[in-house]
Design a protein around this ligand. Structure first.
Ligand code: ADP
Ligand code: MG
Length: 588
């Protein structure tokens, strides 16, 4: 084989290659065009699409417009009005800055721009045809800009084939538009697809209206507003109550200085804030805006700018975690509940329990030990306190009257009827007990492996394992580094004796992967305990005696966060007498 000679690519081919990074599908064009409109200070943006955006994408805005003499340049690569020098990259405040989008789009589709600035008497227009030749001429256009993109990938059939069905492209478009419309609640948006029109009015005071329009009234009703500021960082928006969680992470919106980002650091902080109230697999819903000095965040990490890099990542993570954690503590049924129409009326366990002699009540101590005998409930035949309203203090969750379908416990308290989800309640109690046991000196019991396992890992993982040796040991994991890229596992938590040690260690290391701090370890520990609690708790369809039910109720009263199971579902609800009266049309 002879060596091929090196040639410079024509700028048109170079643009097409660059376009691969920016223009993947119609939705990416819409993103670039609307971001340009927002950078141009538009107050109103109209998006028109045809055939899922493949036939046409048109974005009209009432922004500042483009100077007629700049139109040629606007479609050239690396031409931008947004930054001047490399220094400006340090504090980019606009969404765009690479000067790449229009040139990329022009290389893979037919592009025309009509525009007028405030000082120009007439509008002008540029058409970029397939030979990448551009024609500029006069055109009528109100103040602002209209960018029209048609026949996407007409000149690159191979890429056109990668486009999916119209329905799929519309789904991507809808995701992008939702992100942009959430990013800027103050800007008016209109989307037209054939005869379908969606209009989003600009929101003045209450942005929650648009959030409800885009994410459903359910989220709006089951969310808590956030607004916190510290050391130049501000976090505001809405977080869903744990009871409004979803099976998928499809309603999680995080904006950094108005830019929708998918950031690992932030995702981690959010996950940690929900960790006690949401179980594995359930996903929180949130719309959050982080604002900080643009110099504190690098947006020049990836062409699509979905990734950012924080200068002080740890501080950002702690701030996001701290703020959300605080907000979520406030909504736990045991804590101070916020006003929310969807919440069940709940008993304020902590306030009242402290007033009563709960230790005189039977306890489920044996049940909550770290042994696998957690399935066995202690039976106390003698304990059936009579319920005499008025003559004695009734505990917050009252006294059991019976069991419903072996799933719920029914109890009578001063307010009325208490319905407890037995499994959910027990799971929370077990989890809290195990956390407490871990906090005690003896820590988590370890089970030695009969045959130590040697595992091949990455050198980075081996390093993290060695670094966290002690922390892992406290968790019940005995792991030694046996080579540059291998580990030897000698013991795992006794409670997990039946689980696959290698998988367990892999998961732990994956979670520890990024920064390997002991704090990470501590958080992961809770996840492990939560898993164990779930497996160690009484299942539905178990017959309990009245004494056992009462014991569980008393235990709930003294357990932190007992109002919700680890999955974030409520563990009990109260039907008060007044409501029951109403239901039976009994006037009192
Ligand atoms: P970038 O946004 O990175 O600067 P683009 O290729 O997206 O690069 O746009 C190039 C330039 O065209 C922008 O810097 C801006 O000056 C101008 N421009 C593009 N769209 C608009 C618009 N809707 N309104 C005003 N100016 C625009
Ligand atoms: Mg741009």
């Amino acid at each position: 084989m002879t060596a091929n000679r090196i040639k410079r690519l024509s700028s048109f081919v170079a643009n097409q290659i660059a376009a691969g990074e920016v223009v993947e599908r119609p939705a990416s064009i819409v993103k670039e065009l609307i971001e340009n409109s927002l950078d141009a200070h538009a107050r109103r943006i109209v998006l028109t699409i045809e055939q899922g955006g493949v036939k046409r994408v048109r974005v009209s805005d009432d922004g500042v417009g483009i100077h007629a003499d700049d139109l040629q340049l606007a479609v050239c690569p690396h031409a931008t009005s947004k930054i001047d020098a490399a220094d400006d990259l340090e504090g980019v405040a606009t969404l765009g800055f690479r000067g790449e989008a229009l040139a990329s789009i022009a290389s893979v589709a037919k592009l025309s721009i009509s525009t007028r600035t405030a000082v120009a008497e007439n509008g002008s227009r540029i058409d970029v045809d397939d030979a990448s030749e551009a024609h500029v001429g006069p055109a009528a256009h109100p103040l602002g800009t209209t960018v029209d993109v048609s026949d996407l990938f007409y000149n690159t059939p191979a890429r056109r084939k990668f486009l999916k069905s119209e329905r799929t492209e519309l789904a991507h478009l809808s995701d992008i538009v939702t992100r942009l419309a959430l990013a800027r609640l103050d800007v008016e948006f209109e989307m037209r697809n054939g005869s379908a029109v969606q209009h989003l009015a600009p929101s003045e005071a209450d942005g929650l209206r648009r959030v409800a329009q885009l994410l459903g009234a359910g989220f709006a009703a089951a969310s808590v507003p956030i607004d916190e500021e510290r050391d130049g960082l501000r976090l505001h928006g809405w977080v869903g109550l744990p009871t409004h969680s979803r099976a998928q992470a499809d309603q999680q919106y995080f904006f950094v200085n108005g830019r929708s980002v998918k950031d690992r650091i932030v995702a981690y902080a959010v996950r940690q804030a929900y960790r006690d109230v949401l179980f594995h697999g359930r996903q929180p819903v949130f719309v959050l805006y982080l604002e900080l000095d643009p110099r504190q965040v690098d947006v020049n990490v990836h062409p699509t700018k979905y990734e950012v890099r924080f200068r002080d990542a740890r501080n950002v993570r702690d701030f996001v975690f701290g703020t959300l954690n605080h907000a979520l503590r406030g909504v736990r049924p045991g804590g101070a509940p916020p006003e929310s129409p969807r919440r069940h009326e709940s008993v304020h366990i902590h306030d009242r329990a402290s007033d009563h002699h709960t230790h005189a009540m039977p306890s489920l101590q044996q049940l909550m030990t770290l042994s696998s005998s957690a399935h066995e409930l202690p039976v106390r035949e003698t304990e059936t306190p009579p319920y005499e309203s008025g003559t004695r203090v009734v505990p917050p969750l009252g006294y059991a009257v019976g069991q419903l379908h072996e799933i719920f416990i029914l109890a009578e308290n001063a307010e009325g009827l208490v319905i407890v989800d037995m499994h959910a309640a027990h799971e929370r109690i077990t989890y809290e007990k195990m956390k407490a046991a871990r906090a005690r000196a003896q820590g988590i019991q370890q089970q030695r492996l009969l045959v130590p396992i040697t595992m091949n890992v990455s050198p980075a993982e081996a390093e993290v394992a060695a670094l966290n040796r002690e922390g892992l040991a406290a968790l019940g994991l005995d792991i030694d580094r046996s080579g540059p890229a291998s580990l030897i596992v000698r013991g795992i938590p006794a409670l997990l004796a039946s689980s696959d040690a290698e998988n367990l260690v892999t998961d732990v290391l994956t979670d520890l992967g990024t920064d390997g701090s002991t704090e990470r370890l501590r958080h992961y520990e809770d996840d492990l305990l939560a898993t164990m609690a779930c497996h160690g708790s009484i299942r539905a369809h178990r017959k309990l005696t009245i004494a056992e039910m009462n014991a569980l109720l008393r235990e709930m009263e003294t357990t932190e966060n007992a109002g919700q199971c680890n999955h974030g579902r409520p563990t009990f609800v109260v039907e008060n007498l007044r409501d029951l009266d109403q239901r039976f049309l009994r006037g009192r």
